[in-house]
Design a protein around this ligand. Structure first.
Ligand code: SAM
Length: 355
């Protein structure tokens, strides 16, 4: 357990007897710890050194990164309260964008930002705690699983089964926006592929107003997830099948939704897309395809698609897939829109739907 406490100040210099009094310190790092002037911080009793904001932030980020690499388990920062500082100038501090900036910094460093604690005097204590590695279900071993292990990969109640995407604004709001764009008509038919416990079915009911009398069919190969979906949505029909093996008698739909399933192992996404367009859409039917653009770490989504074996986000594969899907859809008379955050959402429609 290694806890690091830093005091970060900008603008007016702190009083001499104030410097370094950031609570019981296991280790003080940076200006408060060393007593030396760090970029963006004032030496005790000295006037604050005015440095370009970019350089302040870069330096802070580097120090945080180094501390985390050296094994810090918690970093406590004593910083100007972002709600109290003056936006109009250097006094904003090293992290612009108020709380948003601190959230982004924490996420980019692979940390959770805990709820801030007021220290009084216009300062707050922030705690950054490193997130655990990404969840097992993203892993290589899980990807190589076969048979029941493969189909139940997302069923673990302590794993993906506990994820509640619709409780997270970064999933819910873009999903609702995309669904609105491809909204099915009242009384229409909707096919949800990789429906898991039925979250996309639930999202349809959250539209304002929700479409009325829609006939929903969900398809997944995970038995336990389907059982939960059937309990939640007794009016819908759920089929246990491989999405690559949709029976022709399933018929045609006004909307096909497939979120975070096209890139699943053993799914030929291009072939599935062709089949959906050719055999399962009505002439005015629409599509909503979601491609994961993040990873869960302790049920917390972290933005950015990862290429297997690479820690850093690399969006090249997801961008390539989106480009391929869009080209095919445009060739078949669709208009498209790409949005989303932790899932990138490609909506596609023909005719006079809303843009
Ligand atoms: C990452 S989860 C996504 C669930 C849900 N759509 C969401 O976005 O929260 C992938 C889902 O697709 C299902 N799945 C993956 N490959 C499949 C396949 N070949 N056939 C049927 N279902 C599949 C899994 O069982 C799982 O429920």
């Amino acid at each position: 357990m290694s806890v690091i406490r830093w005091r970060w100040w900008t603008g007016a210099a702190p009083a001499a007897d104030e410097a370094g009094t950031t609570g019981p310190a296991d280790a003080h790092v940076g200006a408060a710890a060393s007593g030396a002037a760090a970029p963006g911080a004032a030496a005790p009793g000295a006037a604050a050194e005015a440095l370009p904001t970019g350089r302040d932030l870069a330096d802070l980020a580097r120090r945080l990164h180094a501390a985390l690499t050296e094994g810090a388990t918690t970093i406590e920062l004593d910083v100007p309260d972002p709600d109290a500082v003056d936006d109009a100038g250097a006094a904003v501090g090293p992290v612009a964008g108020r709380w948003r900036g601190w959230f982004d910094l924490a996420e980019l460093l692979g940390c959770r930002l805990e709820a801030p604690r007021s220290l009084g005097g216009g300062r707050v204590a922030l705690r950054l705690v490193p997130l655990p590695p990404e969840a097992d279900w993203h892993g290589k071993a899980a990807a190589g699983a076969t048979g029941a292990a493969a189909s139940e990969r997302y069923a673990d109640p302590a794993g993906f089964g506990a994820v509640r995407k619709l409780d997270h604004p970064g999933f819910l709001l873009p999903l609702l926006e995309a669904l609105e764009r491809v909204r099915p008509p009242d009384g229409g038919r909707v096919l949800v592929l990789g429906c898991h416990r039925g979250d996309e079915v639930a999202a349809l009911g959250l539209l304002d107003p929700p479409p009325v009398g829609v006939d929903v069919v969900g398809v997944d190969h995970a038995e336990s997830a389907l059982a939960e979906a059937a309990r939640r949505f007794p009016a819908a029909r759920f089929l246990r099948r491989d999405v690559a093996d949709l029976p022709p008698e399933l018929g045609r739909f006004d909307l096909v939704v497939a979120v975070a399933v096209l890139q699943s192992p053993a799914v030929d996404d291009r072939a599935l897309l062709r089949r959906l367009v050719q055999a399962h859409l009505t002439p005015a039917g629409a599509l909503l395809l979601g491609l994961p653009n993040g990873r869960f770490r302790d049920r917390e989504p972290v933005w950015g698609a990862r290429t297997r074996n690479y820690r850093e986000p690399d969006l090249s594969l997801v961008v390539r897939d989106l480009a391929v899907y869009r080209r095919y859809l445009h060739q078949h008379g669709f208009r498209t829109h790409v949005g989303g955050r932790y899932d990138l959402l490609l909506s596609a429609w023909r005719g006079a739907r809303q843009a």
